[in-house]
Ligand binder design. Sequence first.
Ligand code: AMP
Ligand code: GLY
Length: 427
Amino acid sequence: MNVLLFGSGGRESAFAWKIAQSKLLNELYIAPGNPGVKEYGKCVDLKWDNFSQVRDFCLIKSIDMVIVGPEDPLVYGLADYFSDTKSLSDIYFIGPKKQGAKLEGSKDFSKKFMQRHDIPTASYQTFGKKELTEAVEYLKNTLGPYVLKADGLAAGKGVVIHNDLNDAINEITEMLHGEKFGEASSRVVVEEFLDGIEFSVFVLTDGHGYFLLPEAKDYKRIQNGDKGLNTGGMGAVSPVPFLTESILNEVKQKIIEPTISGLSKDEIDYVGFVFFGLIHTKRGIKVIEYNCRMGDPETEVVLARINEDIMGVLKQAGEKEIITRSLKVKEETAIAVMSVSKGYPGKYADGILVRGIEEASKEAIIFQAGTRLEDNKILTNGGRVLCATALDKDPSIAREKAYRSLMFIDFDGGFYRTDIGKDLGIK
Ligand code: AMP
Ligand code: GLY
């Protein structure tokens, strides 16, 4: 099969790495990709939002399958374009249409979906631009911490939590009437604060059946000990040791199955990944959020553990022939550690020389993310620069390998968290 993969981050590097191992693969194109994925396929200068250019490319290259890494193309309707365009409608498209992508693209939509299908989540209320007075009143009658969520996509920065009531009132005023989040916060979801340990599960669904992928825990804060600003993700571990068989059964029965049947009841045609951001509270497992795609850096550990030909699995989703089951996994622990630019997640410098990838690759898989090639040199090109993933039956050895590989990586100001996996008892 000829495959077109959209995206350029560590997640797409992991997809490209896994797809390149498939017996079913003929050509893999990555748009736009990064220098690291050139080992697995051809990078193409193709913009997802230029729909007619994408169409022409798919026809010229006889593309059989399109896989979308990030959420934006899905929320803005790339899947709809393929299904509505006669010459493209036979291509397997992995990623939901606009309506399904709203599970991520609109917090209000996803909360209503969960309420309608009786899926456990935090209680909430949504307020629009004209409802600031009501929102303030609601906050005053709620106990903190106060969880405020911009309804729309806000590049991972749309969730703000305040302990102080006045801070929360100022924040919601800014969200509804200020410029900070733009259109994304024209509606704001105010949510009950949930206390517990977070983890994530992932499925690939065709809207009826689903494949359960390995679970993961990610590390969102910039500093060790989960301190400092929120990031896209600084590391990930799979499996998650506290996720016992009985917790997993609860997740399947109370969360995954009602979500998949909810999609079908609501007549939402969904072929793609669902990422369940979950929290283990004293009152059971609850959904914090849905994403309509895989996570980054979760993909870098999840795909590393899958012991099947990923193209076969994706093809069954495209054909809508999934019979629900768990994918076969390696009984090994995978640990991913992200190396990031100085200043990230704030402003960071760009174009800094990255050395040592070849040596580091002897210890771990180096998935490039924010990198570009100039005069045959690899330069930084983003906040999250690369991700080291290591696998081993012994979690401590996996951890050691990931960190040992990063000792070879050198770029000015680059840093990483040194405590990935420690909270899970991995030394
Ligand atoms: P989200 O963008 O929805 O994943 O939210 C980002 C982070 O905010 C989550 O990973 C949680 O750590 C935190 N968060 C979101 N909603 C809640 C909630 N209701 N209670 C506690 N923490 C939350
Ligand atoms: N690592 C979190 C995400 O991909 O949304």
